[in-house]
Design a protein around this ligand. Structure first.
Ligand SMILES: Cc1ncc(COP(=O)(O)O)c(C=O)c1O
Length: 410
């Protein structure tokens, strides 16, 4: 007899669509009906599903062993590769399993390095499930996280500060809190609001914090190895103290990385009186490292050129279609990270997005109509273009977007 149970995880309800396999740009349900996947493992699958090179590496490593803890060569090979790509100051690497773990460890390092307590993050940002940055859900779950009764102790919230994004009001707030602020964590390109010209804001933030003795953590869990081989910091020539990576780095398997500069190392691990904790059963596991390395090895200059071309094609054609059909939406983004804004207003941050866009219910209906047409659209709206896409399929997706946009307005 089947015993009752409940799986508590987004996407796991008895009503939710189940997919049983995936390949390239498609997911397949139990009737083998194909669905175009615009989610791509929340941006992890930059090569599309089941890329041969990645699958082969995973197979070969699992035949050797799935887990041995000491000094496995895959992790060193991965760090060799990563160090050639990311900013050269980031010479210290801590491996973990997810983006949330990476941001949690980055925050611990920042506190240990500075001896300060508070952590600031930006409105519209998302840094995973760690307790220190949950004043806002960055639009990932469509709800405000700040609640007295949701299991996050008030002390975590007291030590957290939420800053206005891409807004000059931020400088005074930073000044006022500088004595307590260990670090400011920021997605250099926000998934909820991927601004195309954010580099001057980031540059000023990095300089400003350095003068005030506040560490800057870039959360490159989406942008890393995606917007450029060395991520956003490399692309915009910016110098954060600590950077977190995940998603693309693991090639579809769980992997997180915290990379940091030598000054942070001197003030943490090199200071024997501090005894900083890191490590864990699955940290630096060889299968994830093999998948990650296989993925990074595929990311040639030609791959980035192709992804850029596909992104430009998608945004241009989609915006033309919105205009032609008099639909008051626009599509925009930064590098291969983009989204539909359900408004025709240009926005500069998440706060404006929330005030201009159509209702959350209508946006849910949009996703439902997309699914009915055989397209899985991300709940958080973030489109991370994979190298597996092509113009023909994107043209098909655009037609379906226009149909869905008209359907929800009807
Ligand atoms: C910018 C950013 N940081 C952190 C995370 C958390 O990563 P994970 O879901 O692997 O814990 C995510 C996940 O979506 C993310 O987009």
């Amino acid at each position: 007899m089947k015993k009752p149970y409940r799986i508590i995880n987004p996407g796991y309800s008895h009503q939710a669509k189940q997919f049983i396999r995936a390949h390239g740009n498609y997911l397949y349900d139990s009737d083998d009906r194909p669905f175009i996947d615009m989610v791509m493992g929340a941006g992890s699958l930059i090569l599309g599903h089941s890329h041969n090179a990645v699958v082969e590496k995973i197979k070969r490593q699992s035949e050797k062993s799935s887990l041995f803890l000491q000094n496995n060569p895959n992790v060193q090979a991965l760090s060799n590769k990563v160090s050639q790509l990311i900013p050269s100051e980031l010479t210290n690497h801590i491996y973990c399993n997810t983006g949330s773990e990476a941001t949690q460890r980055a925050i611990r390092l920042a506190r240990a390095a500075t001896g300060k307590t508070h952590i600031a993050s930006f409105q519209g940002g998302w840094h995973g499930m760690n307790e220190w940055t949950l004043l806002d859900d960055g639009g990932r779950f469509g709800q405000s996280i700040v609640r007295a009764d949701n299991g996050i102790p008030s002390v975590a919230l007291e030590y957290s500060l939420l800053l206005p994004y891409n807004d000059d009001a931020v400088w005074e707030i930073i000044d006022d809190n500088a004595t307590n602020l260990a670090a400011i964590i920021i997605e250099p390109i926000q998934g909820s609001n991927p601004q195309p010209n954010i580099s001057p804001f980031l540059s000023k933030l990095t300089e400003y914090c350095r003068k005030l003795g506040i560490l800057v953590i870039y959360d490159e869990i989406i942008t890393g190895f995606r917007v450029a081989p060395g991520g956003a910091a490399d692309l915009m020539d910016l110098k954060p103290d600590i950077v977190t990576y995940g998603k693309v780095l693991g090639g579809g398997l769980p992997l997180g990385l915290v990379a940091f500069n030598n000054q942070v190392f001197v003030n943490t691990f090199a200071d024997k009186s501090k005894q900083i904790l890191t490590g864990g059963t699955f940290s630096a596991n060889p299968i994830s490292a093999a998948a990650g390395l296989a993925t990074l090895d595929q990311l040639t200059p030609q791959t980035y050129t192709k992804i850029k071309h596909l992104t430009d094609f998608f945004l241009t054609k989609l915006n033309q279609a919105f205009q032609e059909h008099k639909i008051k939406f626009n599509a925009d983004g930064s590098g291969s990270i983009n989204r539909i804004y359900f408004t025709d207003q240009k926005i500069k941050n998440r706060k404006q997005r929330d005030s201009f866009e159509i209702s959350a219910e209508k946006q849910t209906s949009f996703r439902t109509v997309m699914l009915q047409q055989g397209v899985l659209w991300p709940t958080n709206g973030i489109i991370c273009m994979p190298a597996s896409q092509n113009e023909k399929l994107l043209t098909e997706v655009i037609e379906k977007i226009i149909y869905a946009a008209k359907a929800i307005e009807a």
